[in-house]
Design a protein around this ligand. Structure first.
Ligand code: T6T
Length: 331
């Protein structure tokens, strides 16, 4: 694993306050762009994000563009409006028709994106999976992602530190079939099951929509008013969970640990609405992706699987050691 940073220094008496809410997908990423030097014979790389406007993929784009520039390759960036395979597949089909040398992609579903991506590889395009994967990634030159199972376990450790006496915990995820968040849920659940002071209320799916996540959390709190912790498996789940807990007036009782660290999540952390963030290394995932893509294009050996680390951000380190782990909303 590369660049693994774990700084678990949770403020034990975090003051909860109101104040979270940033628009979903409100980033500058217009969905397409290009960079890189090189002449007409320069290598062409397409990058298809999981969803446009998500600061995780924007930060990844920054890493990709910087690495491509260095290598003299061109980059074309596109992303669907929603994290949805029915919207991502047509983008893949049109990218494949344009015949780039390599395709970097975060597939939005393990099964629905299998055939379109296999078809891309069969067409001679070097496919590199960045972040998410598919059921059988054997056609891919490389697959690069965070230690998602480990991140789920770290989320439980953080919730336990905030609730040493245990209690009921809930997971808010996006959609089943998304490899990354499913792995985070698995890591979290395994850790909860191993600790008898906690009880697992299961996972609820928000379809990557903060409003839905907020509704799920509010409803869950009506059913189980004594929930002590929520693990939100990505940026939008965390945003919505914080809103739901605030709306239920339970911010002094329920601790939220969220995956990802966009500017809105950091604002929530500083406001005390969220207690810990697990920041991935999207720019590194992107630059590693370019490196592997170029090796594949050149016919050199690639690394089949690369795992990147994460940083745990709390109020205590957000302006210090963990400052650089925060995602960008533009490059
Ligand atoms: O958590 C990231 C990414 O790793 C996941 O696959 C989908 O959601 C994010 O993009 C954050 O919104």
């Amino acid at each position: 694993m590369r660049g693994f940073t774990k700084t678990l220094a949770l403020a034990s008496s975090a003051v909860l306050a109101t104040g979270l809410l940033a628009a979903c997908g409100a980033a500058e990423d217009s969905g397409s762009g290009s960079s890189g030097g090189g002449g007409s014979d320069s290598k062409s790389i397409a990058f298809i994000q999981g969803v446009a406007g998500d600061e995780f993929y924007i930060s990844m784009r920054c890493g990709i563009e910087a690495a491509a520039k260095e290598a003299g390759a061109t980059v074309d960036v596109q992303g669907p409006e929603k994290f949805d395979p029915t919207l991502q597949k047509p983008i893949v089909d049109s990218v494949v028709a344009s015949k780039p040398d390599a395709l970097l992609i975060a597939p939005t579903d393990v099964s629905a994106m299998q055939a379109p991506l296999k078809a891309a590889a069969d067409a001679g395009i070097k496919v590199v999976l960045v972040d998410t994967t598919v059921e059988d990634p054997s056609f891919a030159s490389s697959a690069i992602s965070s230690d998602n199972v480990g991140g789920g376990k770290a989320a439980f450790d953080a919730i336990k530190q905030l609730n040493p006496d245990g209690g009921k915990v809930l997971v808010i995820s996006t959609d089943p079939g998304v490899s990354t968040v499913d792995a985070r849920v698995e890591g979290f659940k395994t850790a909860v099951d191993a600790d008898s002071s906690f009880s697992y209320l299961g996972v609820q799916y928000s379809r990557n929509e903060p409003t839905r996540a907020a509704q799920l959390v509010t409803a869950a709190l009506q059913k189980d008013p004594d929930i002590v912790g929520v693990f939100a498996t990505n940026l939008f789940a965390a945003e919505g969970s914080a809103t739901g807990i605030r709306q239920a007036g339970k911010q002094d009782q329920v601790k939220i640990v969220g995956f990802d660290a966009g500017p809105a999540q950091v604002k929530a952390l500083k406001a005390g609405t969220v207690q810990a963030l697990i920041a991935q290394q999207p720019a590194t995932i992107g630059s590693d992706g370019v490196e592997q893509a170029i090796k594949a294009i050149d016919g050199d050996a690639t690394e089949k699987d690369i795992q990147t680390g994460f940083t745990i951000i709390t109020k205590d380190n957000v302006d210090g050691d963990a400052k650089d782990a925060v995602y960008k909303s533009s490059c």
